[in-house]
Design a protein around this ligand. Sequence first.
Ligand SMILES: Cc1cc2nc3c(=O)[nH]c(=O)nc-3n(C[C@H](O)[C@H](O)[C@H](O)COP(=O)(O)OP(=O)(O)OC[C@H]3O[C@@H](n4cnc5c(N)ncnc54)[C@H](O)[C@@H]3O)c2cc1C
Length: 385
Amino acid sequence: MDFALSEQQAAFRDLIRDFAGRSISPVARESELTGRYPEEIVEEMKPMGLFGMLVPTEFGGIAIDAVSYSIVFEEISKAWMGVAGILGTHSLATLMLARFGTSAQQARWLPDLATGVRRSGIALTEPQAGSDLQGIATVARRVGDHYVVNGTKTWITNARHADPLPVLVKTDPAAQPRHSGMSVLMVEQGMPGFSFGKDLDKLGYRGPESSEVFLADCLVPVENLLGGQEGHGLQQVLQALEFGRVNIAGRAVGVAQASLDRSLAYARERHAFGRPIADFQAIQLKLADMATEVQAARLLTWWAASALDSGRRADLETGMAKLYASEVCIKAALEAMRIHGGYGYSTEYEIERFYRDAPLMAIGEGTNDILRTVIARRLVLEEPS
Ligand SMILES: Cc1cc2nc3c(=O)[nH]c(=O)nc-3n(C[C@H](O)[C@H](O)[C@H](O)COP(=O)(O)OP(=O)(O)OC[C@H]3O[C@@H](n4cnc5c(N)ncnc54)[C@H](O)[C@@H]3O)c2cc1C
């Protein structure tokens, strides 16, 4: 068994690492603190093909494997997790179109989404329903050759830039089981009745906007129903979320690794009682735990990504990776703050940003407790081997 990346994967990682170190790291702190949207970074990511990571080559994408996909999120998040958010839900939207879209939908949207000319996101969460997606209240009623859509979505990352935006709706609110009445509609900017609210204030994850989305008698043509058949929306979304969990796990590994890197450098240079603090065993124990846990999280993420690459069902693997990596990330960011003492609390350093960014990874793409229930269900249902 070989835990190393292939030559091609390692070369790709070096490319992304170089880009993140050159173009993201130098501007991350100031952009994040001032809330400036990183437009110039977006422009650089377009020709690199990063908006087409999960788009088949026939539509102009780079169609990378899921391990490489997780590495993109790790390397970018080592520099600034917010930038990873610009690619995250966009890539899930492209995956849904590539897997489930009709040929007309794929030909219409995938080439522009692959190059970043068009961007996207994914609109699932509502003010009254996040984990319980079958409890959403957005309804799409078919009238002639259109759906009339009413509802509100919230926390939608990239909402202002998304065109088209996949929106999870109920096409048959009375259906039993409830998921059989759920569908995804590709809603386009400028459609009558479609609007979004102001950017929501948030603890971290600044850079990409997260906004409310309003659908008020919004008219969506029937040809915008993803896959052309009603009733498959929840399965379409759940498959995309398995990739989402790998991208969140990758981000968590990135922020945790950055916390470790900064802590190691600081422990070597900061002196107390006449010695570098790295000489104190109390500091060494923290560094050893961080390094061990970050590597374990990375390997778990690659393992989950490999499961996705094999094409088999991977809810257990991707759930474990996202759960573990995000908890490691939260702990590493806090340990980095302890190691940095007062400076860790200062906006002059990046530790406070890691600390603010880390908790999102335990919430997004399924909260960690929801993932525990998914993992446990698989364990309990499966025959012992
Ligand atoms: C910065 C940010 C960006 C986001 N971006 C997007 C986006 O782009 N698109 C999108 O659709 N959503 C997005 N979200 C929403 C996110 O996916 C949800 O917040 C998340 O799924 C949890 O849903 P909720 O907030 O409604 O919490 P709830 O579902 O209300 O959960 C509240 C608490 O109850 C627990 N809980 C709920 N049900 C159970 C259960 N059955 N068993 C045990 N515990 C349970 C949860 O674990 C949690 O601790 C974003 C959120 C944030 C903060």
